[in-house]
Structures are given as structure tokens and as C-alpha cells.
Design a protein around this ligand. Structure first.
Ligand SMILES: N[C@@H](CCC(=O)N[C@@H](CS)C(=O)NCC(=O)O)C(=O)O
Length: 247
């Protein structure tokens, strides 16, 4: 599976999607991003693919990504026929429908899979984005401004995000129950998609999984112990969600 740096390949990128090596999809990946779950999925599927590793600049995606798709976000997948696909859930659905020939990701309950996937991407994703925003704002110097933004953060947490996180974690803990995966006995699309918000929440220590949500803690451990997860980390260019990307 080929890996390339954005610098090495940016010259080859243009508004017309590049398919990379013929017959293989190409993932435009960004460090410390939700694209990590797509690398995990690609490794679980065991297919040949290309990766272009882009690096954040001052926390944002570099300009090269906007040449692949106008949104300039990651993950962005260029299919083997040159179609450009954005949005993690769409990318995951496409990859599973196209490459899961053995039914590894098959689900017994497509509606539940859809519910959990949407919950992770939309409801939980929104609360996570709000918390991240106020968290980052509270670090803006100088002191009087960071103090003021810190009080805004406390208010947002008190009036909204803390209770929302609690409700969301209780929901996911009960949905997982005693199953190994959210999808049941086998991994599913919902497991892949849920990994990102839980990684964000754990990375910034907004929730104490070990103490308060032991089933989710055990699920996270199962994910990170998988060979495909470890290979995905090696294919990417860093996955540290504890800090703020400034370089
Ligand atoms: N809803 C999109 C969100 C994609 C997205 O916002 N990706 C972030 C990384 S976590 C990104 O590319 N950020 C860089 C930027 O916006 O400059 C998805 O599900 O894939």
C-alpha cells in the first residue's frame, strides 16, 4: 500500500481528481484528524490503496487539499475511477459497499447501524465541536481575554455540553451493552464512525471512560489492540488529539 507525503505529490494534484496508481482508491489523509478512522477501515478491508499524508498548518488543512476537493477537508477519497468522495460516513459506506466482499462489516440491523452512525456524526459530533471550540478559545492569549473566554467555556459546559456528553455516553454505553462491537459480534460501520468522537473526548479528557463508562473503555481498548488499527496509525502521520495543532 503506497504512502506519499503531500509535498511529494502536491505537484501531481490538480482540480481534476488524480486516481493515483490505477485501480486503487487514494485517501487524502490529515494528521490528528477523523480521517484516521478511514485508514483503520481501509486496513480492516485489507485492500490496496494509496495514502497522501497532508500536514496541518496552524491547525488547519493545507491548501493542497482544496485542490482535491473544494471543501479542503479530510478524509477525502478519490476512488479508483477518479470520483472524489467527501464526508466520513459516505466514504465508509462506499468502501464497505465496494470492497467488503466477504461481509465482514455486514449488519443484522441496518436501521440501528444508521442510527448509531448518524448519532456519532451529527448529535455527538455537534456537542464535541462546541466543546472543542470553547476549549480552544479559552487558550487564546493574553490573560484577560483567556480568562473571559474561560468563563464562557464554563457557562457553555454548565448549561449544555456536560449534560449532553453524559446523556450521549450513557446512550452509547447502553447501546453497546455486553456486545463486543456496536454492530454486535462483528465490527460494523457504526464502530468505525463512533471511534472518532470517542477518541476526541478521551484525548481531551472530557470524560473519564475507565471510571464512568467501563463498557466504552473496554470497547476503545479492543479497537486500539486490533492489528488493522495499529497498521492504520503507521500509514498516517500522527494521531494526537490531546493538544492544539499550531505548526
Ligand atoms: N463532516 C466531515 C468533516 C471533515 C472535517 O472537518 N475534517 C477535519 C479534520 S478532523 C478537517 O479536514 N479540518 C481541516 C480544516 O478544516 O481546515 C466528515 O465527516 O468527514
Amino acid at each position: 500500500m503506497a504512502t506519499a507525503t503531500a509535498e511529494a505529490t502536491s505537484a501531481a494534484l490538480n482540480p481534476t481528481p488524480s486516481t493515483g496508481s490505477a485501480g486503487k482508491p487514494t485517501l487524502h489523509h490529515l494528521n490528528n484528524s477523523q480521517s484516521q478512522r478511514i485508514l483503520w477501515l481501509l486496513e480492516e478491508l485489507g485492500i490496496e490503496y494509496n495514502v497522501v499524508n497532508h500536514k496541518r498548518k496552524r491547525g488547519r488543512a493545507p491548501a493542497e487539499l482544496s485542490k482535491v476537493h473544494q471543501l479542503g477537508k479530510s478524509p477525502t477519497l478519490v476512488t479508483s475511477t477518479g470520483r472524489v468522495v467527501v464526508e466520513s460516513t459516505a466514504v465508509a459506506s462506499y468502501l464497505i459497499e465496494t470492497y467488503d466482499t466477504t461481509g465482514k462489516f455486514a449488519t443484522r440491523d441496518p436501521l440501528r447501524d444508521e442510527e448509531l452512525t448518524s448519532f456519532a456524526g451529527s448529535s455527538l459530533g455537534n456537542v464535541t465541536a462546541i466543546e472543542l471550540l470553547v476549549d480552544l478559545l479559552a487558550t487564546v492569549p493574553p490573560w484577560p481575554i483567556s480568562w473571559f473566554l474561560g468563563t464562557v467555556r464554563s457557562q457553555v459546559q454548565k448549561t449544555f455540553t456536560t449534560a449532553e456528553f453524559e446523556k450521549a455516553m450513557r446512550f452509547l454505553e447502553s447501546e453497546l451493552g455486553d456486545q463486543e462491537w456496536f454492530n454486535g459480534e462483528n465490527l460494523g460501520r457504526s464502530d468505525i464512525i463512533i471511534s472518532w468522537p470517542l477518541d476526541c473526548i478521551a484525548g481531551r479528557k472530557w470524560v473519564n471512560f475507565d471510571k464512568d463508562y467501563p463498557k466504552l473503555a473496554a470497547w476503545r481498548k479492543r479497537v486500539t489492540e486490533r492489528d488493522a488499527w495499529k497498521r492504520g496509525l503507521e500509514k498516517g502521520n500522527g494521531y494526537d488529539l490531546s493538544g492544539v495543532d499550531q505548526d
